[in-house]
Write a protein that binds this ligand. Structure first.
Ligand code: PLP
Length: 491
């Protein structure tokens, strides 16, 4: 347990204040007289009465109970938790970029529009696609946007079709997006290498199927080497290929989905392009398409006019419509562009190569200790299973909790679903050799503990303020506000 137990949270005491105002030199007025009665709530009470130092200490202490990429490696697989360079934040806070109003006339916001146009241009070059919208606010929203465009294209051809194929290794947002866009999911079983089984795809790809939603590299961190054949099979039956590009950190500067035959894809700027995430937003999930889908992009699009100015184009009769207020999360585009320009083509390629090298290093060094269900070369992440440890009653979640005691953020547990007891590790390019070694040593030590002292792992973490939370209750019945007098201390 922690020190200062009784003092941890509640610092308020009546009459304490952080500021003293001088005596009034104007006549006092009641708030109701100024604001009107309807804007004054009689029931507002219970504000903490604290000094300035209390406030500083409160928030600083809370921040030390947290873990972030600025503290250490954050190997949460599929999430690409990499370092967010401070220069991005400096640029995103530039006066001219933060103070423009979304309703300002185009002529007055050419600078911001230019940022959007340059971001689009860079992302198109990186992906090898033809046209793009920066509107979607997250990867999942990009998926929905892309699927609605696929539907619109098929509808125009006369039949929207009924199903979308999704490999069994897919991220949970894929089936959710398919369902919301009015399609039914058909599951594709992966082959022994953890990739799309071409025979299975041939069989499943009928004229009732709108297309395939494929993550590449997939959630096992394996590149779908037969991506061209996969696209051909889908196209031959009149379907489209959607690529979930959340794992682009393995490809940027090295390979372009547009060259594989993909028709539509999204990017996660808040993963690959280093904008901060993990706190629930804001994010950005641009959708890039091939020419055939361009007419359906969300409206308005941002386009460069012949005179060099940048304009919103809302005259798009086939557009699926707007998917986000204004033009998406502008600040995310600024950060992504800052990142891209700071690194340049060479730097982006280097980042990708380092991310892939790091994942392979972790994979190779941990193979003695943990079971590797699919042994193909890793891209940006590697996936182990807890099979050996499960023999001692220790599961992936226990190992993850024990990692916290060793000072590391856990990896992703129990995903992808095709690996029972999955341990999904994405080190990213941000970890150096020394940090990777320390992380690997911790996991090796935990593997030994699982054999020699499983109880120590099963009861972890031992060093945190709270041990194991009821994650279901935390999601279903979140306590978002602590009130004075509450029986329980917030955790
Ligand atoms: C993160 C992720 C998504 C969803 O992205 P959000 O921005 O969280 O909506 C989709 N697919 C994969 C493979 C991902 O890793």
């Amino acid at each position: 347990m922690t020190r200062n137990e009784g003092l941890i949270f509640e610092r308020s005491s009546p009459g304490k204040t952080g500021a003293e105002l001088g005596p009034l030199d104007v006549p006092p007025v009641e708030p109701e007289e100024v604001l009107g009665k309807e804007f004054c709530r009689p029931d507002v009470e219970g504000f903490p009465e604290v000094s300035e130092l209390d406030v500083i200490r409160h928030f600083t202490r809370l921040s030390t109970w947290n873990y972030s990429i600025d503290v250490g490696i954050y190997p949460l697989g599929s999430c690409t938790m990499k370092y967010n360079p401070r220069i991005n934040e400096v640029v995103a806070r530039l006066e001219g970029l933060v103070s423009d109003h979304p309703y300002a006339p185009e002529g007055l916001v050419q600078g911001c529009l230019r940022v959007l146009a340059e971001t689009q241009r860079a992302l198109l070059e990186i992906t090898g696609m033809d046209a793009i919208s920066l509107q979607p606010a997250a990867g999942a929203q990009g998926e929905l946007t892309g699927l609605l465009m696929m539907r619109a294209w098929l509808e125009e051809k006369g039949n929207p079709r009924r199903y979308v194929l999704i490999p069994d290794s897919a991220h949970g947002t894929n089936p959710a997006s398919v369902t919301i866009s009015g399609y039914a999911v058909r599951n594709l079983k992966s082959n022994a290498r953890g990739c799309v089984d071409l025979a299975e795809l041939q069989h499943a790809m009928t004229e009732e199927v709108a297309g395939l939603m494929l993550t590449n590299p997939n959630t096992l961190g394996i590149f779908e080497e037969q991506i061209r054949e996969i696209c051909e099979i889908v196209h031959r039956k009149g379907g489209l290929v959607y690529m979930d590009g959340a794992n682009m950190n393995a490809l940027v500067g090295v390979a372009r989905p547009g060259d594989f035959g993909v028709d539509v894809m999204h990017l996660n700027l808040h993963k690959t392009f280093s904008t901060p995430h993990g706190g629930g937003g804001p994010g950005s999930g641009p959708v890039a398409v091939k020419k055939i889908l361009e007419p359906y992009l969300p409206s308005p699009t941002v386009e460069e006019a012949a005179d060099g100015s940048v304009r919103f184009n809302s005259e798009r009769p086939k557009s699926i419509g707007r998917v986000r207020a204004f033009y998406g999360n502008f600040g995310m585009a600024v950060r992504a562009l800052a990142y891209i320009l700071a690194y340049g083509a060479e730097g982006l390629r280097q980042a990708t190569e380092d991310a892939v090298l790091n994942a392979n290093y972790v994979k190779n060094r941990l193979q003695d200790s943990y079971e590797l269900p699919y042994d193909a070369p890793s891209m940006h992440e590697c996936v182990f299973s807890d099979r050996r440890q499960a023999a001692h009653g220790v599961r992936t979640v226990d190992i993850a909790k024990r990692l916290i005691d060793y000072g590391f953020h856990p990896y992703t547990t129990s995903f992808p679903l095709i690996v029972p007891g999955a341990m999904m590790i994405e080190p990213t390019e941000s970890a150096d050799r020394a940090e990777l070694d320390a992380f690997i040593d911790a996991l090796k030590a935990i593997a030994r503990e699982a054999e020699e002292d499983p109880d120590c792992v099963l009861t972890a973490p031992h060093t945190t303020r709270v041990a194991r939370l009821d994650e279901v209750a935390a999601a279903r019945k979140p306590v978002l506000r602590w009130k004075p007098g509450s029986a329980e201390e917030p955790v």
